[in-house]
Design a protein around this ligand. Structure first.
Ligand code: AP5
Ligand code: MG
Length: 207
């Protein structure tokens, strides 16, 4: 069973997924996290991917599908964050007959996104925020104590590009799912806990 987690960059997909994971027995699969782990391997493929991410470009559909396919097959309940991002990726899920239960669509306006991303710091894909979600000790991960850093694709002009790509693809993907899969719209402009409360009400009906 798959739940798709949609939302523009900075809408809080990763943040909410962490909370959902603690609440329900579900596997969080983030294509962004998988790609960032792949980059660390320092292979010819990782060098290509690294440049694409840094420039805010979507990774080629074939590459991304090859990378994530094994995660989808081996897990049972999946919260899929950041996939599908193109019509081709959505068609891949359809062809494989994966059982998509619901889409959670976190909607957030551009100005709020810019502010959140400007102040995002992270380590090992764990997100914090200098303004809204501070670590207990300044610039350090709450658990490991490692130094928190900026993401290389969190620059103003790159975020703009990522947002444009997101919205260019979104309607095509939603059109494919319209009348087939229930789409739960969530107001992503509230604080983290309020958004989670809203998601929880819906997710309890599913899992
Ligand atoms: P990915 O890592 O998926 O990035 P994204 O979709 O752009 O989303 P983000 O991770 O930036 O934001 P988020 O919604 O998770 O927000 P977060 O919880 O961190 O993808 C990165 C790149 O990988 C892509 O650009 C592409 O190159 C490639 N890629 C990935 N998937 C791909 C695919 N399927 N096909 C092709 N290429 C792919 O929150 C953001 C900040 O705000 C944090 O600081 C957080 O603490 C804070 N915050 C969160 N919620 C709130 C709130 N309610 N109020 C205040 N602050 C909040
Ligand atoms: Mg994320």
């Amino acid at each position: 069973m798959i739940i798709l987690l949609f939302g523009p960059p900075g809408s809080g997909k990763g943040t909410q997924a962490e909370l959902i994971k603690k609440e329900c027995n579900i596997n969080h699969i983030s294509t962004g996290d998988i790609i960032r782990e792949e980059v660390k391997k320092n292979t010819p493929l990782s060098k290509i991917i690294k440049t694409e991410i840094k420039n805010g470009k979507l990774i080629n559909d074939k590459i991304i599908v090859d990378l994530i396919e094994k995660y989808i097959i081996t897990n049972k309940k999946i919260l899929l964050d950041g996939f599908p991002r193109t019509l081709e990726q959505a068609e891949f899920l359809s062809q494989k007959n994966f059982n998509i239960e619901y889409i959670i669509n976190i909607k957030t306006e551009k100005q709020i996104i810019f502010k959140r991303i400007k102040y995002r710091i992270l380590k090992n894909n764990k997100n914090y925020n200098i303004l809204y979600n501070k670590p207990k000790i300044k610039n350090k991960d709450n658990i490991t104590g490692e130094y928190l850093i900026k993401r290389p694709d969190d620059l103003f002009n790159i975020i703009d590009k990522r947002l444009k790509d997101y919205y260019n693809n979104l309607d095509k993907i939603l059109n494919l799912y319209k009348n087939k899969i229930k789409i739960i719209e969530i107001n992503g402009e509230n604080n983290i806990n309020k958004i989670f409360e809203e998601i929880k009400i819906n997710i309890r009906k599913i899992i």
